[in-house]
Write a protein that binds this ligand. Structure first.
Ligand code: ZN
Length: 82
């Protein structure tokens, strides 16, 4: 009687590999993002979205201090840069 454990193992292995790839890419992007947010802070532009210019939101900045885009622009950017 199969309960699909093997399929789950394969799926898990693929997920782990994808996760490792994603993590290394995310770390790269984070370093880039940190440099950019520091640059924006220097120019007094932190807190507003670099794409639409609207306030990013204190909550988002508290959770992710290096944010340079609002939630909407960030998800659009992530879609475009996947
Ligand atoms: Zn925006």
């Amino acid at each position: 009687m199969s309960r699909g454990f093997r399929d789950e193992d394969v799926t898990q292995a693929m997920t782990d590999k994808a996760m490792a790839d994603t993590v290394s890419r995310v770390l790269e992007q984070e370093a880039e993002q940190e440099a950019r947010s520091a640059d924006r802070r220097q120019h007094g532009e932190a807190g507003s979205c670099e794409d639409c210019g609207r306030p990013i939101g204190a909550e988002r900045l508290a959770a992710l201090p290096t944010s340079t885009r609002c939630v909407r622009c960030q998800s659009a950017w992530e879609q475009a840069n996947r």
